[in-house]
Ligand binder design. Structure first.
Ligand code: 0RA
Length: 322
């Protein structure tokens, strides 16, 4: 795997021209989206089995840093372009790194457009890669490199660090919300079992580290925290070809249903066939069980099955891009 697997699609001018088309808005949501795109790349590296820690830092002066201990973005020369693979990843739209038929992207940024969008929409950005014993750095202004990829030191670790100052000419605000980022990063750590995600707010010295060995089982326990529960969480998973499905369920004594579904770490808020199919299957399974146990008067409707049901359905599928 190396530079040859990265294809180029489009330059970054389009992003600066119509930012909302790529990140949803130029408000706080869009601003947070820059961080999510970078975190998403690190999570892909974790899903590939090469990264165990992701750290997000909100600095004073509106800078943000996203750091991981993955393999580091490749720095070798891209065969088709007169630049490093790293520069391709940073400056070409859709060049998240994992491309063509041999390589895949799993964790989906909302719009799945990659770190280059954060670069395009940043007044300043720099990236540091530790790889092959060296520390590399390159700097950008509004998505354009201002120097060559340079070795700035030696280090035997590996990883990627991206720091940026979002462009005040584009965003309505540059004030990240610690609480909003915290909720999403906690969710991502539930969805990616074992992955350590740290958030640090240097503006007011707040810090949290999330790491859930139980994954989505921990997630349902968390959602039922302080509720009277009727069972230990039920968990099952299955992988068929490039699709991995995980389910965790736990009933509480209440009547409110809380079943959340995620596809590639993104909440499918409006449900979908996977949710509808799952609830039908759960109803049938419980009724079959009742029949086998000769519980003659039990006939559950899907409405009954949903009362007090707390659950997470998480699907991850490798989708070849383009
Ligand atoms: C493609 C190939 C390889 C690493 C990555 C992408 C990568 C990208 C990002 C972005 C943020 N963190 C990242 N970590 C890794 C490695 C290929 C190899 O070493 O063979």
């Amino acid at each position: 795997y190396g530079a040859k697997n990265i294809q180029v699609l489009e330059g970054l001018q389009a992003v600066r021209k119509r930012p909302a088309m790529y990140i949803g808005s130029v408000g706080l949501r869009g601003l947070h989206h820059l961080i999510y795109e970078a975190v998403d790349n690190s999570i892909d590296e974790a899903l590939a089995g090469h990264c165990t820690k992701v750290a997000v830092i909100i600095h004073k002066n509106n800078w943000a840093t996203i750091q991981d201990n993955g393999r580091g973005i490749p720095v070798d020369k891209h065969p088709k372009f007169n630049m490093s693979a790293l520069e391709v990843v940073m400056t070409k739209l859709h060049a998240g790194g994992k491309f063509d038929k041999n390589t895949y992207k799993v964790s989906g940024g909302l719009h799945g457009v990659g770190i280059s969008v954060a670069n395009a929409l940043s007044e300043k950005l720099y990236v540091e890669v530790k790889r092959g014993g060296n520390v590399y750095r390159q700097d950008y202004v509004m998505g354009k490199p201002t120097n060559k990829l340079t070795i700035i030191g030696q280090n035997s670790d590996t990883g990627t660090k991206v720091s940026f100052l979002a462009d005040k000419g584009i965003f309505e605000t540059l004030e990240y919300s610690y609480d909003t980022l915290l909720v999403r990063l906690r969710e991502l750590s539930f969805l990616n079992k074992g992955l350590e995600i740290k958030i640090t707010d240097e503006r007011n010295k707040k810090e949290r580290i999330f790491q859930y060995k139980g994954g989505i089982v921990s997630f349902v326990r968390y959602l039922n925290y302080k509720k009277e529960v009727l069972n230990d969480p039920i968990y099952f998973s299955k992988e068929v070809k490039d699709v991995k499905v995980e389910v965790a369920l736990q009933y509480n004594v209440g009547f409110v249903e809380g079943v959340f579904s995620f596809v590639n770490n993104i909440n499918t808020h409006d449900g979908g066939t996977h949710l509808v199919g799952f609830k039908t299957a759960l109803t049938r399974t419980l009724n079959n069980y009742a029949e086998r146990m000769k519980m003659k008067d039990v006939k559950l409707s899907s409405m009954d099955v949903r009362e007090g049901l707390i659950g997470i359905i998480s699907i991850k599928m490798h989708s070849p891009q383009f």
